[in-house]
Design a protein around this ligand. Structure first.
Ligand code: NAD
Ligand code: WQD
Length: 330
């Protein structure tokens, strides 16, 4: 069975569904810090399958040990973590405790129960400000905020675990910018509180919750002056986890992959595409650059294609449409 941590979250719920649809058995857990049980019910409904789900916390080993005791776990896909960059600057210790200590707690239980396979949610943030694009997996790493540091430290911890135990296998998946939602409209990105990322903010603006979107800078050295990112559909991302799981079931050691499309789109591309496919207005105003933002980030996803047989298939139109379908009536 596959243990999915942070299962009721945005990427966890889509991956859980993909795993169930591929005939895998799963167990989920979450502490509902940034999600609700609705996503768990939706995954059960969409897959037509039941699975054990626990309310547990990475920081509370006893709550997690119950899961390891009661189930026969073969591998872990580890999504649980805090992810808001700004909050991590304001509350670094919360991030180090939750993400790093929490992961160490999980790894200690995996060691105790002989579980030696882990897929980890890393991030393109570990590339810092890349000197060139597209970004390859062997580019140098650096971070600009505590959130990014937690990802880099955890990558290091997992590499050390693999050195200490030659049977251990890990996939470090460096996601670019996940957006979009499942076509059913039943699961998607539903952050608690005010969102930080572009797509949820576009959605809130289209709904009228935000009066206008703030475009953080139109003076970047990019074709239209706004920041360029590699937006990837969350369902493509979910499929990437299945491919990575298949890989680490066959091969031990550390396997690092960029999960992106390899294409860069600007803030204006997103606003324009979103407004046109959904036939809604997205009023915006141009503001100064946001501190810490990088002009252009996009992946070279060749390694994942060659070694995992995985590549992103869905287009930007589909990402914009499904994001809106999920939130428009909420
Ligand atoms: P999310 O917030 O929707 O999901 C994370 C889940 O983990 C939430 O349901 C939250 O309640 C849970 N969680 C947090 N701390 C926990 C704890 N101590 N114990 C148990 N559960 C806990 O975020 P997401 O977008 O689905 O991200 C999943 C993973 O992918 C995270 O590790 C994130 O850092 C990483 N990631 C996300 C993005 C992105 O842009 N969404 C990009 C790169 C990497
Ligand atoms: C995208 C573009 C902004 C909001 C962050 C994290 C990264 C990863 C993904 C987890 C940029 C512009 C944004 C707005 C705007 N998360 N923007 N107005 O910054 O690429 O990455 O999320 O690992 O670690 O740093 O994503 O969606 O915040 O921004 O103009 O209101 O949209 O300047 O060019 P980012 P984002």
């Amino acid at each position: 069975m596959i243990l999915v941590t942070g299962m009721s979250g945005y990427i966890g719920s889509h991956t859980a569904l993909a795993l169930l649809n591929a005939g895998r058995e799963i167990i989920g857990f979450d502490n509902f810090y940034n999600s609700t049980a609705e996503a768990v019910e939706a995954v059960k409904k969409l897959s037509g399958k039941d699975f054990p789900f626990y309310t547990a916390d990475l920081r509370d080993p006893d709550s997690m040990e119950k899961i390891f005791k009661e189930n026969n776990i073969d591998a872990v896909i580890h999504f649980a973590g805090l992810k808001a960059v700004g909050e991590s600057v304001a509350k670094p210790l919360l991030y180090y405790e939750n993400n790093i200590s929490g992961t160490v707690n999980l790894l200690k239980l995996m060691e105790k129960y002989g579980v030696k396979r882990l897929v980890f949610s890393s991030s393109a943030t570990v590339y810092g400000e890349p000197k060139t694009v597209p970004i390859k997996e062997d580019f140098p790493n650096s971070t600009t905020n505590p959130y990014g540091s937690t990802k880099l430290y955890i990558e290091g911890i997992l590499k050390d675990v693999c050195v200490s135990d030659k049977d251990f296998s890990v996939a470090l998946l460096r996601y670019f910018n996940p957006i979009g939602a499942h076509e059913s409209g039943l699961i998607g990105e539903n952050p608690n509180g005010i969102p930080n990322n572009l797509m949820p903010r576009i959605c809130q603006t289209a709904k009228g919750i935000m009066k206008e979107l703030t475009v953080f800078g139109d003076d970047y050295p990019t074709p239209d002056g706004t920041g360029v990112r590699d937006y990837i559909h969350v369902c493509d991302l979910a499929d990437g986890h299945l491919a990575a799981l298949n890989k680490i079931e066959k091969e031990s050691g550390v396997h690092i992959y960029n999960l992106g499309t390899g294409k860069g789109y600007s803030v204006y591309d997103l606003i324009r595409t979103f407004a046109s496919v959904n036939n809604v207005d997205v009023p915006y105003k141009v503001c100064p650059r946001r501190a810490g933002d990088v002009p252009v980030v996009y992946a070279d996803p060749t390694k994942a294609k060659e070694e995992l047989g995985w590549e992103a298939k869905r287009e930007l139109e589909d990402m914009c449409k499904s994001s809106w379908d999920f939130v428009k009536d909420k």
